[in-house]
Design a protein around this ligand. Structure first.
Ligand code: NAD
Ligand code: MG
Length: 302
């Protein structure tokens, strides 16, 4: 049977069938990097994501909402009917502007809240300002992350180790702690872990530990907040084509073959994981809590 015949005409396969495969160009960017400078540009669902009212009237705060997975989630949430606040670093304003315009194009409220989440005081202000601007908060997506590879524990500085833990673990704790006071019954918290939590790479010693911590945090908090009617889940992405990888997340030789070892033979595009964040946010999944949901291109990590 030809490939064309195997694709049902009812499926929107045009994008995924044409998604880029390795090899990729070398493309080093300084941290935190810009999605708009990547080659090829990732698909965050700008033209492909179609909403169907699954998050009508919801109010979401998404960290790292300027680029990559967070940007795809921001676009999807807006197209599903949610108002969205995004946090990002001031250096990412160029990416963030595009996201804000895309949310507003859906007729939804878009709130831009730049700042560094390694500071507890900023995390508290972030949540307060998001809730005030949105008129409440019932979806929290802890997605911002720092990944800087290091070949050896001998080269991994305390400063770098600390920055990874502050961004990936402490900020999630501070933001969630500030948010629980606002979250009503039916609210959903979604954290971004990684396949690295279970299959850590040699060169991601600090990062992999933070992703394991996110998994444990998710499972523990789901038990605490269940009685309040608040669900807590995590998503564990495999290799996704985002700027995180190009600004120190991987050596350039690995960028060249990024995603090649996944059975699907390519990295995922952010638009391909956003639907998981939609389904976990939606009340359609009102019994799903305390779980880690993996999307890794067929490796079967979890
Ligand atoms: P990305 O670079 O597009 O997004 C990460 C975002 O984190 C940045 O846009 C930035 O806004 C934010 N951030 C980093 N440090 C910050 C700080 N100090 N203050 C405020 N914001 C800060 O890359 P991505 O791949 O979309 O990453 C999103 C999440 O997905 C991360 O948690 C990452 O660990 C996770 N993840 C990614 C992959 C992958 O292959 N891309 C795989 C597994 C997990
Ligand atoms: Mg970014």
């Amino acid at each position: 049977m030809s490939k064309e015949n195997r694709v049902s005409s009812s499926l929107n396969q045009t994008d995924s069938e044409n998604y880029p495969v390795p090899p990729f160009e070398h493309q080093k960017q300084p941290f935190p990097g810009l999605a708009c400078k990547m080659t090829p540009r990732p698909d965050h669902g700008e033209t492909s994501y179609k909403g169907s009212g699954r998050l009508q009237g919801r109010k979401a705060l998404i960290t790292g909402g300027d680029s990559g997975i967070g940007r795809a989630v921001a676009i999807a949430y807006a197209r599903e009917g949610a108002d969205v606040a995004i946090n990002y670093l001031p250096a990412e304003e160029e990416d963030a502007k595009e996201v804000i315009a895309l949310i507003r194009a859906e007729g939804r409220k878009a709130v831009a809240l730049p700042g560094d989440i390694r500071e507890e005081a900023f995390c508290q202000t972030l949540v307060k300002e998001a809730a005030e601007a949105l008129g409440g908060l019932d979806l929290l997506v802890n997605n911002a992350g720092r990944q800087q590879y290091s070949e050896s524990i001998r080269d991994l500085t305390t400063e770098s180790f600390d920055a990874t833990f502050k961004t990936n673990v402490y900020a999630m704790f501070w933001i969630t702690k500030a948010a629980v006071d606002y979250l009503p019954r039916g609210a959903s918290i979604i954290n971004t872990s990684s396949v690295q939590a279970d299959k850590p790479s040699d060169i991601l010693l600090d990062y992999a530990q933070t992703k394991a911590a996110i998994t444990a945090f998710t499972k523990s908090l789901a038990k605490q907040l269940g009685p309040d009617g608040i669900r807590v889940n995590a998503v564990a992405p495999g290799p996704y084509w985002t700027v995180l990888q190009c600004c120190g997340g991987q050596p350039q030789e690995k960028i060249e073959q990024f995603g090649a070892s996944a059975p699907l033979g390519r990295p995922g595009q952010p638009a391909e994981i956003a639907p998981l964040y939609v389904t976990l946010a939606s009340q359609e999944n009102s019994y799903a809590s305390g779980q880690v949901w993996c999307s890794d291109g067929g490796t079967g990590t979890l």
